[in-house]
Design a protein around this ligand. Structure first.
Ligand code: ATP
Length: 231
C-alpha cells in the first residue's frame, strides 16, 4: 500500500507498546520527546495483555491503572487499552491491522519501540508484515546498537527512511530516532521495591504511591507467593 499511495495523509498517529510493569519516567520522556520531535497528531501508550515472550508481574488491570495515573499529568498522551480488551496474546501485527482498519488507508501509523525491542524483532509474529500496516520508529537507547548483519539488518537497511516519511506515507518505513533517554528500567524499579529501597523520582509520584498502597513488587522476582511452597 505504501509505495502506491498517492493521496494526502490524514492524521499522523504514534503508538508505543510495552508491558509498563510499572510505567516509569523513561517511558514518559520517550513518549513526550517522540511526539514533539516527530509531530504526531495523537500519541498513545498501548499496554500489552500478556507479553508473548514473558509473564507480566502485575495483572492487566493494575498495569493499566498505573498508566492512567501517569497520564493524568501528561495531557498530550493517551492510553489505548485495545490489547487488554483482547483475550489473547498481544501481537503487534494484530494491533496494527486493527488500527489500520479503524483509521483508514490515508492515516500515517507509527509503531514506536526502543532499540532493545528492535534487536528481537526477528522473533516477532509475522514481523515482515508489520510495515504493510505501519511505520516502525526505533528509538536509539543508550548502550544498544542497530543489528549489523543478518536478515533483520538487511530489512532495516532496505526500509530505512528519514523522519519526513511519516508525514508523506501511511506505512512502510523504518525510522531510527536518536533521543537522550533516561537510564530507568521497570526491572530496576521492581528490584528496588522488593529490596525496600526508594523509587522516588524514577516514576510519577501517583504511580509510586499506588505501588506502595497496594503492596506491589514487594516480592523479589521468582519468589513464591506462599513462603511454604518451594521456590
Ligand atoms: P523491563 O525492565 O521489565 O524489561 P522496561 O522498562 O524495558 O521493562 P517495557 O514495558 O518492557 O519497559 O518497555 C516498553 C518499551 O519502552 C520498549 O520499547 C522499551 O525499549 C522502552 N523503554 C524502556 N525503558 C525505557 C527508557 N528508560 N527510556 C526509553 N524507552 C524505554
Amino acid at each position: 500500500m505504501s509505495q502506491s499511495f498517492q493521496g494526502v495523509i490524514r492524521g499522523v498517529y504514534g503508538y508505543f507498546g510495552g508491558t509498563f510493569d510499572p510505567i516509569h519516567n523513561g517511558h514518559l520522556r520517550m513518549a513526550i520527546e517522540l511526539q514533539e520531535t516527530l509531530g504526531f497528531d495523537q500519541f498513545a501508550l498501548v499496554p500489552c495483555h500478556q507479553p508473548p515472550h514473558r509473564q507480566a508481574h502485575s495483572d492487566d488491570r493494575v498495569r493499566a491503572q498505573m498508566v492512567s495515573l501517569a497520564l493524568e499529568q501528561c495531557p498530550g498522551l493517551q492510553l489505548d487499552p485495545r490489547e487488554l480488551e483482547r483475550d489473547s496474546l498481544s501481537y503487534s501485527i494484530d494491533t496494527l491491522q486493527q488500527l489500520r482498519d479503524e483509521l483508514g488507508d490515508a492515516a500515517s501509523i507509527s509503531w514506536c519501540v526502543g532499540m532493545d525491542s528492535l534487536v528481537n524483532i526477528g522473533s516477532w509474529h509475522r514481523w515482515r508484515e508489520l510495515l504493510d500496516y505501519a511505520h516502525l520508529v526505533v528509538v536509539a537507547r543508550p548502550g544498544w546498537q542497530l543489528p549489523q548483519s543478518g536478515e533483520v539488518a538487511d530489512w532495516l537497511q532496505q526500509h530505512r527512511a528519514d523522519t519526513d516519511v511519516l508525514h508523506r506515507r501511511p506505512c512502510g518505513a523504518v525510522v531510527i530516532q536518536p533521543l537522550s533517554l533516561l537510564q530507568i528500567s521497570a526491572t530496576d524499579i521492581r528490584q528496588r521495591v522488593a529490596s525496600g529501597n526508594s523509587v522516588q523520582f524514577l516514576l510519577p509520584e501517583p504511580v509510586r504511591q499506588f505501588i506502595e498502597q497496594n503492596g506491589l513488587y514487594r516480592r523479589a522476582p521468582g519468589e513464591s507467593e506462599n513462603p511454604c511452597l518451594p521456590k
